[in-house]
Design a protein around this ligand. Structure first.
Ligand code: PLP
Length: 415
C-alpha cells in the first residue's frame, strides 16, 4: 500500500458527498440530506452505549454547572477522586493503585513513553529507553504516540523520532526472541493492543505469554493499550483481564461513552511505588485532564454499564456479530473474518485472489452508507464495531444491509 493510498483513511471520502451528519440518537445517524443510517461502528468505536445517553449527558451538565472547568493540577477534585475510585473498582480483579488522567488516547500514549523511561531512570537503569510495539499497531497521532505506532502515518515526513522504537509483527514469536536477545537490557516497555484496531487482529496468546516471560527476566514494563478494547468491547470488561496484570492500562474512547476528550492510565504498584519512593514529579499535567465534566462522564458511564447490564448485552452482540461474520465467510472463500467479541472485520479478496485495494474498500463503505449502514474502512477490509447494547431487531437490519453489499460485490457488481 502506498502512502497516498493510506492517507485516504484520514480524509473524508468524496463519495460521502455533502451528507454531513446532523444528529445521532441510539444507533441511528441522521444526515443533512435527510437520510438516516444505522451506525455499525459506535461513533469512532467510542459510543459503546449508543448515541445520546441521557444519564451521561445530565452528569456532564451537572459538573458544568457545579464545577465549571476547575482544573485538577496541583489540587485534584472530588470529581477526579470519585472517577478514579470507581475505575480502580471496575478493573478488579486486576489491582491497580493509581489513576492518571490525560485528554486523548494519543496524549495517554505520549505519557506512557515518558513514564516508562522515567520509571527506569528512577530505578537507576537509564539505558532502558527503547519501546517495543507491533508493526500493524495504531497508538495515536501525537509525536510519542506516532513513534510507537507501527502503521505508516507519514512518521518520516513529520520527523517523528523513532530511533529508540522497535516494531515487530504482532504474530511473530521468532522476531520477538531476536529483539529480546539483542536489545533486552535496553527495553523500557512493551506496548500491546490486545486486538489490533487495524484489522481487528487479536494478538496470539503465545506472543502475550512470551512477552510476560521476558518481563520476568528483563524487568521492562508491559503496557496494555485498551483505548479501543476496553469496557466489554471484546467481551470481558477489559481484554487484558485474560492476561497476567500489565503494569499500565491505557483507557479512552468508551471511558466516557465518547462524550468527553478524556483518557486514563491505570498504574500498577511497581510504577507507583517507584515514583512515590523517589518523590519524583511525572511531568505530564494537561490543563483539561481529569476535568469535572470528563470525570462525571466516567462515573455516569460506569453506572450505565451496570444499569444496562452491558456485560450480558455485549456477549449477545458479540455472538451475533461472530455469526454474521461466519455467514459472510460462508458466502465465498474470498471473505475472511477476524476479530473478537464486538470488534470484528472481514477482509475481501478480488477474483484474482488479491486483497482489495483502498479504492475498493472505500467504494464498499460508501455503498453500505448508501444502503443505510455505517461501517469502518481498514486495509483490505471493512470493520464492524457496533454499540454493545444494540437491539436484536436493529442488528438484523444492519447486517442485512451490509450483507447485500458484500453479496453484490462477490457477484461482480462493483468490478
Ligand atoms: C489502540 C488505540 N490507541 C490509541 C488511540 C489514539 O486515541 P485518540 O484518537 O483518542 O488520540 C487509538 C485511536 O483509535 C487506538 O485505537
Amino acid at each position: 500500500m502506498s502512502s497516498s493510498e493510506y492517507f485516504e483513511f484520514y480524509v473524508p471520502s468524496k463519495d460521502w458527498g455533502n451528507a454531513e451528519a446532523t444528529a445521532a440518537r441510539g444507533n441511528t445517524i441522521t444526515f443533512a440530506d435527510g437520510t438516516e443510517a444505522l451506525c455499525g461502528i459506535s461513533g469512532l468505536w467510542n459510543a459503546s452505549l449508543g448515541y445520546g445517553n441521557v444519564a451521561i449527558a445530565e452528569a456532564i451538565n451537572e459538573a458544568n454547572l457545579n464545577a465549571a472547568t476547575l482544573p485538577i493540577f496541583r489540587r485534584g477534585s472530588a470529581y477526579s477522586r470519585e472517577a478514579a475510585t470507581r475505575l480502580l473498582e471496575f478493573v478488579l480483579p486486576h489491582e491497580y493503585s493509581s489513576v492518571f488522567y490525560a485528554t486523548s488516547g494519543s496524549s495517554a500514549l505520549d505519557a506512557v513513553v515518558k513514564l516508562s523511561r522515567q520509571f527506569h531512570d528512577i530505578n537507576s537503569n537509564p539505558k532502558r529507553r527503547r519501546i517495543v510495539s507491533f508493526t500493524a499497531s495504531y497508538h495515536g497521532v501525537t509525536m510519542g504516540a506516532m513513534a510507537v505506532t507501527g502503521s505508516y502515518l507519514f512518521q518520516d515526513v513529520y520527523q517523528v523520532d523513532q530511533r529508540l522504537n522497535i516494531k515487530i509483527p504482532y504474530d511473530d514469536l521468532a522476531a520477538l526472541d531476536i529483539v529480546m536477545k539483542r536489545f533486552g537490557p535496553e527495553i523500557a516497555a512493551v506496548i500491546m493492543e490486545p486486538v489490533l484496531g487495524s484489522g481487528a487482529l487479536p494478538v496470539p496468546q503465545d506472543i502475550v505469554d512470551a512477552v510476560y516471560a521476558y518481563r520476568e527476566s528483563e524487568g521492562f514494563l508491559i503496557v496494555a493499550d485498551e483505548v479501543a478494547t476496553g469496557f466489554h468491547r471484546t467481551g470481558p470488561r477489559f481484554a487484558s483481564h485474560d492476561w497476567i496484570q500489565p503494569d499500565v492500562l491505557v483507557l479512552s474512547k468508551a471511558l466516557t461513552n465518547g462524550t468527553c476528550a478524556a483518557s486514563a492510565l491505570l498504574l500498577g504498584d511497581r510504577v507507583v511505588d517507584a515514583f512515590d519512593q523517589a518523590q519524583q514529579v511525572f511531568w505530564h499535567g494537561e490543563t483539561q485532564a481529569g476535568s469535572p465534566q470528563s470525570c462525571a462522564a466516567i462515573v455516569a458511564t460506569l453506572d450505565e454499564i451496570e444499569r444496562l447490564d452491558i456485560a450480558t448485552s455485549a456477549a449477545r452482540v458479540g455472538r451475533r456479530l461472530a455469526a454474521f461474520v461466519s455467514g459472510l465467510e460462508s458466502l465465498s472463500p474470498r471473505v475472511k473474518g477476524f476479530g473478537r467479541g464486538s470488534f470484528r472485520a472481514v477482509q475481501l479478496f478480488d477474483d484474482a485472489g488479491e486483497l482489495i485495494g483502498t479504492d475498493k474498500v472505500f467504494e464498499l463503505v460508501s455503498e453500505c452508507r448508501r444502503r443505510g449502514a455505517v461501517v469502518q474502512p481498514s486495509p483490505g477490509a471493512v470493520q464492524f464495531v457496533p454499540a454493545l447494547n444494540y437491539p436484536d431487531a436493529e442488528l438484523d437490519v444492519l447486517f442485512d444491509r451490509i450483507q447485500s453489499v458484500v453479496t453484490d460485490y462477490l457477484a461482480g457488481q462493483f468490478a
